[in-house]
Design a protein. Structure first.
Length: 201
């Protein structure tokens, strides 16, 4: 073989090798991207979604922070009609529903949810800062699984959410009446890592 033929063959081999490396790199990048996307999709699909319906922004943000910190997906609604829209448009696994709201109170929202065949399966936990016997009985009669007092403890919040999500086998019941704890006005936002928090009505 002449030197010219040898150099030409060597150049051809180099071109084939570079082409193979480019193809391999591309295939590996596509496969890695698809693998990462699948993992991300699996994580999202297994993350329970909690809808918070409360007209008090501080309560919304407090609950959102705590639940996201625990690994839940969270959606927010500022009143009853907005909560019904979100529940109808999105896939929701649990609703935390405030009682005292303008336009449509939490009891009426719960009744509307349970009257809708497409939404009646969604578990509902009613929240109130005044868990009187009348409020609790009305909430349970409307279809709520539980009534959560505000302010609440972090451990209590996590326990209530966990047992009321689908698969938690929660039966409708009311917690023992508690004396509501009042947060003085004008104080800075609560420490989200503190034992007790949760403002609003």
């Amino acid at each position: 073989m002449s030197i010219r033929h040898f150099l030409r063959a060597r150049q051809t081999m180099r071109c084939h090798r570079e082409k193979w490396l480019r193809n391999f790199t591309y295939i590996f990048a596509v496969a890695s991207s698809a693998w990462a996307a699948q993992i991300s999709q699996n994580l999202i699909s297994t993350m329970a979604c909690v809808l918070i319906v409360d007209d008090d922004l501080s309560v919304q943000l407090t609950l959102e922070f705590c639940l996201q910190d625990a690994g839940y997906s969270v959606m927010l609604a500022e009143d009853g009609p907005a909560g019904l829209r979100v529940a109808a448009e999105k896939q929701v696994d649990l609703i935390l529903l405030d009682v005292n709201m303008p336009q449509m109170n939490g009891i009426a929202v719960c009744q509307a949810l349970k009257a809708n065949p497409a939404l009646s399966h969604i578990p509902v936990v009613v929240m109130t800062s005044c868990p009187t016997r009348e409020t609790v009985s009305h909430a349970i009669a409307a279809g709520a699984l539980e009534v959560m007092s505000k302010p609440f403890e972090l451990a209590q919040l996590y326990a209530i959410v966990a047992r009321n999500l689908p698969g938690g086998e929660k039966k409708a019941e009311a917690p023992p009446a508690q004396s509501p704890r009042i947060q003085p006005e004008g104080l800075p936002p609560p420490n989200l890592r503190s034992e007790t928090f949760g403002l609003g009505n």
